[in-house]
Design a protein around this ligand. Structure first.
Ligand code: F6P
Length: 322
């Protein structure tokens, strides 16, 4: 193997740059050339491919976003799109590909392997942390810290005004960000898609808490919760709880910013491991972190064997919010 490619695809996350830097520097240690494929699979289909050198990755571990940009590609779902992508890999002499992203990114990489036996290694990069075969995904820690900082600030004003706040966090269909930040922020309730939400019960929790003397309350709502978004839930709650209710949607702020130390360290570990795997002919896998160790998992398991939510954390959240 003489040349490899690296791309970031799907929603960006803080720490992707640290992973790209680790990929490039590790590849150089094996005397490999590295190409950055810009805008994920979209750029691969269009041939938007640039060589990466030391200068292009110097200092990028501190930066949010991804220097090679990202996209969600509809065309790559079609065989013709993948054929164009494959032609561009071949014409640039790229013999292996590292894909940084979430389950959509891995499904794409798996297709390249299945259809063309093309060597691929995935690196989990998404704020949602919803990938099987790893307890951690790049950007998750930064997203949680951003959400926590915001909720702490909201708590100040909620307390001053004696209000209930519903704070909606990202996570797509998963409640990891909501559960972890809810615990860290001492939220009075946490609503996640993994547990059916009964708005009457939320109202009861709030009403009882207010009777007990809660001056304010924070309810963290995962965007994928089955009761609908925070605005919808707040409307129902307003009728049931005699308290001023406000809604804050944190949104894409959770995806940006300089990565935390944890995200920089883990992204670096995973970027190095991805290249090590590729050069030792391990392919169609993702490198993840399990019990603190970097381990490979077959790509198809990353979306078919999603990890469940930690029931102990749910217990902790309940115990500490009462
Ligand atoms: O998958 C990452 C994520 O930020 C989700 O949490 C969110 O639902 C989604 O991407 C938002 O996607 P977009 O940036 O395309 O609006």
């Amino acid at each position: 193997m003489k040349s490899i490619g690296v791309l970031t695809s799907g929603g960006d996350s803080a720490g992707m740059n640290a992973a790209i830097r680790a990929v490039v520097k590790t590849a150089f240690s094996y005397n490999l050339k590295v190409f950055g494929i810009r805008r994920g699979y979209e750029g691969l289909i269009e041939g938007d491919i640039v060589p990466l050198d030391y200068d292009s990755v110097t200092g990028i571990h501190r930066e949010g976003g991804t220097i090679i940009f990202s996209a969600r590609s509809e065309e790559f779902y079609k065989p013709e799109g993948r054929k164009k992508a494959m032609d561009n890999l071949r014409s640039n002499g790229i013999e292996g590909l590292i894909t940084i992203g979430g389950d959509g990114t891995f499904q794409g990489a798996h297709k390249l392997y299945q259809e063309y036996s093309f060597p691929v290694v995935g690196v989990p990069g998404t704020i949602d942390n919803d990938i099987g075969g790893t307890e951690y995904t790049i950007g998750y820690d930064t997203a949680c810290n951003i959400a926590l900082d915001a909720i702490d600030k909201i708590r100040d004003t909620a307390r001053s005004h004696g209000r209930v706040f519903l704070v909606e966090v990202m996570g797509r269909h998963a409640g990891y960000i909501a559960l972890d930040t809810g615990i860290a922020a001492g939220a009075e309730d946490i609503l996640i898609p993994e547990i059916t939400t009964d708005v009457s019960k939320v109202a009861q929790t709030l009403s009882e808490g207010i009777k007990k003397g809660w001056r304010c309350a924070i309810v963290v709502v995962a965007e994928g919760d089955d009761a609908g978004g925070a605005f919808k839930i707040s409307k129902e709650l307003k009728e049931k709880v005699g308290k001023d209710i406000r809604v804050t949607i944190l949104g894409h702020i959770q995806r940006g910013g300089s990565p935390t130390a944890i995200d920089r360290i883990n992204a670096s570990r995973l970027g190095v491991a991805a290249v090590d795997m590729l050069v030792s002919d391990q392919t169609d896998i993702m490198v993840g972190i399990v019990s603190g160790e970097v381990v490979p998992t077959r790509l198809d398991k990353t979306w078919t064997q999603k990890k469940g939510v930690d029931t102990n954390l749910i217990r902790i959240a309940k115990l500490l919010s009462s």
